[in-house]
Design a protein around this ligand. Sequence first.
Ligand SMILES: Cc1cc2nc3c(=O)[nH]c(=O)nc-3n(C[C@H](O)[C@H](O)[C@H](O)COP(=O)(O)OP(=O)(O)OC[C@H]3O[C@@H](n4cnc5c(N)ncnc54)[C@H](O)[C@@H]3O)c2cc1C
Length: 402
Amino acid sequence: MRHITIVGGGQGGLPLAIGLLKAGYKVRLVQNRSAADLAAGKVLSSQCVFGTARTEERKLGLDLWDQEAPSIVGMRIAVAAPDGSGNKAFGFVGNLAEPAQSVDQRVKFPRFIELFATLGGDLEIAEAGIPELERYAKDSDLVIVAAGKGAVSQLFERDAARSPYDKPMRALSLVYTQSTKPYDRTCVTATLIPGAGELFMIPALTTSGPCEILFFEAGPGGPLDAFDPSMDADAQLAAIKALIKKFVSWEYDRVADAAPTDANAGLIGRFAPTIRKGTGHLPSGKPVLGLADAVILNDPIVGQGSNNAMKAAAIYLDAIIQRGNAPFDPAWMDATFEAAFRRVEASTNWSNMILMPPPPHVVELLARAAGKQALADRVAQGFDEPATIVPLFADPALAAAA
Ligand SMILES: Cc1cc2nc3c(=O)[nH]c(=O)nc-3n(C[C@H](O)[C@H](O)[C@H](O)COP(=O)(O)OP(=O)(O)OC[C@H]3O[C@@H](n4cnc5c(N)ncnc54)[C@H](O)[C@@H]3O)c2cc1C
């Protein structure tokens, strides 16, 4: 029986580990935080997963929250007036072909870890560094590093040609809230605040039930970049509300009574989007394969990381099975990573584009979507499959013809 070690139990590593177990492989999952630690810890993401990635989860039996999690049926997109008045310039609701869903990773990952153990997986709770990877590489047929933004991912070389930014492009600040007034339709609400950043409001399922995540993506040094990592969730939410009142005033009434869902409901941070080489080499020369954020780390501005992690995990699962008993050599690792990167390349390009001020044709495209439902739906569906929308964002002629 082939033996695979996966380092990192997150949105990429856990579905792959479970898929491999179900396919009859011997799997060791090395995870630095136990299920209990994850469940009791701070929020990690806003993790909105769209239809295509949800289909991949469903194939592995990982669609476990359909009854409890809010079913997100569309994208409510607005642009604030460029004069900084806090008024809305225009907006629209685009329908998703299939509902999206956001399940708090503090709920999702512990449940997946439990499932992995129930299926007979070998769970090791440990912080894996280079010495541990050397050990795994000796006793496993394949080692996959799916450690997300963990330091160990730096063993993969940064790919400068695919990484246009070498510093954080947004300061991130989110709080999971209760008592936010719902809209009539359950949508992700995305508001562009010209020259300042973006606000996302995401219906989700957290440890205590349904909630709404309020999430600012702030241009560094700009007026929304107002969060200190030492803030507790109450102070953070107070600052979020003040910024909504000033810059997105039409949403303020909905959030005026919002309260954090729990003491760990807030997250503040920033990181540089980074694409790395998919194959890494340990000091011994042994190769290891990177998966998801470890090697394809995008800014969460268009909510793609969990989707990409799931799409890549599905490709890796298939490639491992197709490999049969042949060696998992560096050429196979390179080809497997390239297949995954090509699958999510449009999402990387879109994420990187949106980090720059929108060119006039993109603002015009969104303004036209406000009066044309088919275009509004097309923009919304782009969050599920960015390859369908990137050409319009990239090419003024295609945007004008849409
Ligand atoms: C603020 C924010 C909002 C986001 N919103 C969205 C969104 O709405 N939609 C979306 O699709 N994506 C979103 N993302 C991105 C998404 O959360 C990630 O892309 C996704 O979780 C990546 O999966 P992964 O498996 O690569 O890493 P992770 O899910 O981060 O998992 C990595 C795991 O590895 C473990 N680990 C790390 N180092 C080690 C080590 N040395 N040894 C053992 N274990 C280790 C970690 O504890 C963790 O459990 C967001 C991200 C952020 C930061």
